[in-house]
Design a protein around this ligand. Structure first.
Ligand code: FNR
Length: 359
């Protein structure tokens, strides 16, 4: 019997299978508002059979966007379009999740297909903020302003307000983006955080922004609904964050109410030469964290074959597999995987409109 197609219940939420759509920026919003593109993009992946569909990194403030075309949740007006999307996904059996983010020093950039580089203020960009006034470098040379303590608290409130809006919009899974070199990760990594106050220096101080933000959001996100974190658990670079300290951080977040960890990596510096790229590269690390922190995990990164996904779940590496690019190639990957694995679930995954016509 397929483990990949066994339902999973976390708190009061049940996923119909162990397949999640990894959050993926579409760079298709205006003023933070999602639109018909997102309804079709996310809706197709719900129709295709995924158990959990994560909405892309959604900025908690306008300055927290990677590009001017990012999704946002900084005003109540954003609730309406997102409600339409969560409703549609729910009608097609998928649990709707959203990732809340602030891009820190990697904000104010062009869309990837327009260069992916820093946008100046006279080009529609804005001044960026970060723990320290250190630029990312390479394609993002813009030097951010170091945040003052009261600005940090303001930003944490933005996360809280966005979480409240996510609840109102019907999301059932909330994820805080603490990965990929964006603001929270910039606080966590010594490579980007050289503060000398309570938010920098020691491990305790570098994790303060993350643990405080998590605790503040947990207070407003209902206990009955899963709260997850996406964390870059290693920077792969000398002097950066390590898996050992990430396990310590995850244990603390778990004690504060973390329900699942999305195990990710890197991108706090432009240096990606040392990344061990390869199929399922994060699965052994996800397993280690799952065991040592005793917490459900998911991970993405080059999981593409149904048998690989099945084994990842069956062997206890992860509780859920997250797929990004493979689900862009094929929104019906869950249906195709169920057929290939001869899972009973295949017959119920497609909507009736298709199922009666497709074997
Ligand atoms: C991404 N990724 C990503 N990650 C994240 O945490 N938030 C995001 O909004 C995005 N945006 C995004 C857009 C696009 C177009 C891609 C391809 C990727 C990373 C993504 O979630 C995933 O972790 C990686 O793509 C690796 O998984 P795959 O693609 O190998 O399955």
């Amino acid at each position: 019997m397929s483990r990949l197609f066994q339902p999973l219940t976390i708190k009061d939420v049940t996923l119909r299978n162990r397949i999640a759509v990894s959050p993926m920026c579409q760079y298709a919003s205006e003023d933070g508002l999602l639109n018909d593109w997102h309804l079709v993009h996310l809706g197709s992946r719900a129709v295709g059979g995924a158990g959990l569909v994560m909405v892309e990194a959604t900025a908690v403030s306008p300055e927290g966007r990677i590009s001017p075309a990012d999704s946002g949740f900084w005003e109540d007006k954003h609730i309406q379009t997102l409600s339409k999307i969560t409703r549609f996904m729910g009608e097609h059996g998928a649990v709707a999740g959203i990732q809340l983010a602030h891009a820190g020093r990697k904000a104010s950039c062009r869309k990837p297909w327009e260069g992916d580089d820093s946008l100046d203020s006279d080009q529609g960009g804005w001044e960026t903020v970060a723990p320290s006034a250190i630029a990312f470098g390479n394609n993002i040379p813009k030097v951010p302003k170091a945040l003052l303590v009261d600005q940090i608290q303001h930003l944490q409130n933005d996360f809280v307000d966005a979480a409240k809006r996510a609840l109102e919009a019907g999301f059932q899974v909330l994820q805080l983006h603490f990965a990929h070199g964006y603001l929270a990760h910039e606080f966590y990594s010594p490579l980007s955080n050289q503060r000398t106050d309570q938010y920098g220096g020691s491990f305790e101080n570098r994790i303060r922004f993350l643990t405080e933000t998590f605790a503040a959001v947990r207070e407003v996100w209902p206990e009955r609904l899963p709260l997850t974190v996406r964390l870059s658990v290693t920077d792969w670079v000398e002097g950066g964050v390590t898996i050992e300290e990430s396990i310590e951080l995850v244990q603390r977040l778990k004690a504060g109410g973390l329900d699942m960890l999305d195990v990710s990596h890197g991108f706090v510096t432009p240096d990606i030469d040392s990344v061990p790229w390869g199929p399922g590269m994060m699965l052994p690390i996800a397993k280690r964290i799952r065991e040592e922190a005793d917490l459900p995990t998911t991970t993405s990164w080059m999981i593409s074959e149904p048998i690989q996904a099945e084994q990842a779940v069956a062997s206890g590496q992860v509780d859920v597999v997250s797929l990004g690019r493979e689900l862009l190639r094929d929104p019906y990957w869950p249906f195709h995987a169920a057929k290939e694995l001869k899972a009973e679930a295949a017959k119920d995954l497609l909507p009736l409109q298709y199922a009666r016509a497709v074997e």
